[in-house]
Design a protein around this ligand. Sequence first.
Ligand code: NAD
Length: 486
Amino acid sequence: MNITIVGSGYVGLVTGACLAELNHSVTCVDNDARKLEQLKRGEIPFFEPGLDDLVTRNVANGRLQFCSRISLAMPRSEVVFIAVGTPADSSGDADLSYVYGVAQEIGQSMSRPLLVVNKSTVPVGTAEAVRYIIESELATRQVEIRFDVASNPEFLKEGNAIQDFMHPDRVVIGAGCQTSQDILKKVYAPLGENLHTLHTVDIRDAEMIKYAANTMLATKISLMNEIAVMCDELDVDVEMVKQGIATDSRIGPSFINPGCGYGGSCFPKDVRAMRAMARESGVSGKIFEAVHARNLEQQHVLADRIVNFYGEELAHKTIAVWGLSFKPGTDDIREAPAITIINRLLDAGATLRVYDPKAIDNARAAIDSKQVFFCHSAAEAVKEADALLVTTEWEEFKAPDIGALGTSLADQVIFDGRNLFDPTRLESLGIAYCGIGRRNRLFTLVSGRTNGAWSSSALTTEMAQGRPIDNIPVLEEYRPRANHRF
Ligand code: NAD
């Protein structure tokens, strides 16, 4: 089939390259001149494992091409996918101006029967608006051309996007007539046995399915984050709680990792859009509100602890930061918790040595501060640092050389925003540890003694002398500590 994809970002480019791999003839359109030039030079504008090879191969075999204008791509196409951004506007609604702009361009230039497919994540009712815009443009041109609008939301995950597209959990087709349904089935037919679940539903159902999926996942994360914060207050290890609930088949092990909040270009904006949609449809949307609020708070949990821990001394401290992307496997820093935490620490006067395996260039463009040093490796970041903060769970951070870490970090302290490390092991090596819901008893002890100001020297001296932590008499003073805050 001849297919046009409008928008060559994370979703559009992956979709285009995968559909070309499936033997379709695909034109990817983007109106960002810089991005398009990169693509034409054979460069991928963002990091996504395997995408490089897929694009190169399909450009070489002639099944994938790029162009700047919808009108140039359209004459050849039977299907046009809209895959442009739908960011949150200032009130939290999905900003549909890019989608509507594309609809307008399609209406202005279409010259043959066409199926227009929304792949962007859009609120319920958007397909009807897109149809109206195209009809209006055709009426202005005084031409009659048959077209239909369908919905085919995308569920790929950055970092695993090609695998997700080629081996989907499911494909959702929202179409108002059999012909459109059949066209979309034909698009995905080459997936063969990999396409084991195909949901054919009404258009509005399809639009809601995407938001339901993302808000469900975001809710799981926020719920677990709230439980983790309670665990810190109640002297409970959330990792034990996690293991204890993950084996419940009704809950499962996914999306229950506590941490410093979710980010990215989807969950934050989709929860806000769902909240707005609820409000507009007369539903209170209390759960979406709470999920969003917990996530905003969660991004400050660790920053608060660092600020409280060091007090005014933070202005004289250097913190190593491991991880900038919103999750591992991508260079995407959109709404990344790391950036929020970094800005908070910069406001408090800290100096930062940051490292990420893939997102350094994007971070350099987003963080404008002379107090931030961009490092080439995790080891370089901790050199000359006082403490380490982990904000993204990249594989390479999971098994560090703890001995070397202990030697590098002047204050021998790790703030772990993704619960990667074993507190007991670190503590046994004399490294103080603060995770999310990990009991964090050293920090309670230290800050309990000093009313929140930095004073770990007494503690580290005792530890250096090999005294087990439980023998430090003052510890008992601070248990139970349900009201204690870092
Ligand atoms: P993106 O910002 O990476 O890409 C969007 C692209 O569209 C940009 O390159 C932009 O230049 C281009 N564009 C905008 N207007 C255009 C126009 N008029 N003509 C041509 N090109 C135009 O966005 P994304 O992350 O790929 O997300 C796209 C949509 O897919 C969003 O609705 C998002 O919610 C949804 N989605 C994203 C993901 C993800 O992991 N990123 C996953 C599933 C769904």
